[in-house]
Design a protein around this ligand. Structure first.
Ligand code: SAH
Ligand code: SF4
Length: 402
């Protein structure tokens, strides 16, 4: 590392340099222009930085041996290659890892967004579940994330930097060995092979940022994720489903959870704006949809609410004409929820009905339940801890403690 020892003044002034990690190409070009890189060099410099950041996993400008020394100094002065910081890491018995990450600050008034990111290793793949927002505004009644107060969209670089962070942490760069104890797929493939936008937030409410992030992730000269291995899960923001298909070609997952509007209005309130019929039309039209690229319909199993066999049959009728696979998600409880997970026998019977109608209907094995890392359980504990600290402080003030 070439970073000089910070002076006392430097220690008291927050680092306001921009991190280039995750920054889409046009912004990177703009940044280089702003620090005086001549126009005719910009393309080449962007390509060099791109290679170093995404292919080699560089974390310091001094590693960039083919970049002129004078430029190193300029880059150091105005930018960093900072990754998000780990606020907490939890490792489940099944190898799932949940990280609470704090993003590099965007400036003097920004403390850096805190989001969660989950890594799920399997025999043949490693899936990284990324967040697109801090919290979520949509309030689906069975989802913990929806109860988080503070909400903002993440920027593209904040989304991509979750992936760069995870690849770092797992040693997923050519020639770098994984850290001790890392539980990674054992087929010799990439440790992070699939990305799913199923963390905190509604990705299609952060549409422009998610689209730009997918551009960086699938860039053929960078991390080279295949579009088929990037899946965007949405509660059903219909207009953006059309755009997503046209702009990115990413795989699509729909959080359906009910087969009639009356129930879906309660479980997934955005249904009042975009009812099931409109949603299904958007799915049928999803550009590029074919048998090989089926849309995944997620269906959370809620005891006595949406798990009858009549509903299983209704589900198969609803999906007629759409290239679909169904993913049954056992409900993951969280403190204070009014819902319960369906009984296992009922989930299997429900799954049989769907299977007999000719659909694949894998039951999603709950992963990382012991660390609240499963779908819909993401809500930053640090926020809760802060709330608790505030409450204690208020109590103390009310008691007149000095
Ligand atoms: N906002 C997006 C993506 C994030 S949620 C969406 O809703 O699609 C990822 C998946 O987990 C969604 O299908 C969501 O409905 C589901 N989910 C939310 N809370 C859950 C819970 N407590 N148990 C099981 N699945 C849940
Ligand atoms: Fe938001 Fe998705 Fe949770 Fe609904 S299920 S509140 S859309 S994160």
């Amino acid at each position: 590392m070439s970073t000089p020892t910070p002076t006392p003044e430097a220690l008291s002034t927050p680092d306001t340099r921009k991190s280039l990690v995750g920054m889409p190409r046009p912004e990177l070009a703009e940044f280089l222009r702003s620090i005086g890189v001549p126009d005719k060099e910009i393309r080449m410099r962007v390509s060099q930085l791109w290679q170093w950041i995404y292919v080699r996993g560089a974390s310091d400008f001094s590693e960039m041996t083919n970049v002129a020394r004078a430029l190193h100094a300029k880059l150091d002065e105005h930018a960093t290659l900072n990754r998000p910081e780990v606020v907490r890491e939890q490792v489940s018995k099944d190898g799932t890892r949940k990280w609470v990450l704090r993003m590099p600050s965007k400036g003097p008034h920004d403390k850096g967004a805190e989001v969660e990111c989950v890594y799920i290793p399997e025999r043949d793949r490693g899936t990284l579940c990324v967040s697109s927002q801090v919290g979520c505004t949509l309030n689906c009644s069975f989802c913990h994330t929806g109860t988080q107060k503070l909400v903002r969209n993440l920027e593209a670089w904040e989304i991509v930097s979750q992936v760069v962070f995870a690849r770092d942490r797992l040693g997923d760069y050519h020639g770098r060995t994984p850290p001790e104890g890392a539980f990674v797929p054992n087929d010799g493939g990439r440790y992070v092979s699939n990305i799913v936008f199923m963390g905190m937030g509604e990705p299609l409410y952060a549409y422009d940022e998610v689209r730009a992030a997918i551009g960086v992730l699938t860039d053929p000269d960078g991390m080279q994720f295949s579009k088929r291995k990037v899946t965007v899960s949405t509660s059903g923001v219909v207009p953006e489903i059309y755009r997503l298909g046209e702009d990115t070609g990413a795989a699509l997952a729909i959080s359906l959870h009910a087969t009639n509007d009356a129930l879906r209005d309660v479980l997934v309130p955005i249904n009042k704006k975009y009812p099931i019929k409109e949603l299904m039309k958007a799915c049928a039209d999803y550009s590029g949809a074919s048998n090989a690229r089926r849309i995944t319909f997620e269906y959370v199993m809620l005891k006595g609410v949406n798990d009858s066999l009549a509903e299983a049959r209704a589900l198969t009728r609803l999906l007629r004409g759409v290239h679909a696979k169904i993913n049954l998600i056992p409900f993951n409880p969280w403190p204070g929820t009014i819902y319960e997970c369906s009984d296992w026998d009922q989930i299997e019977r429900f799954s049989d009905v769907i299977f007999e109608a000719g659909y694949a209907s894998p039951i999603r094995t709950p992963r990382g339940r012991d660390i609240l890392a499963a779908c819909g359980q993401l809500k930053s504990d640090t926020e809760k801890m802060r709330a608790r600290a505030r409450m204690m402080l208020e109590e103390q003030l009310a008691l007149g403690t000095d």
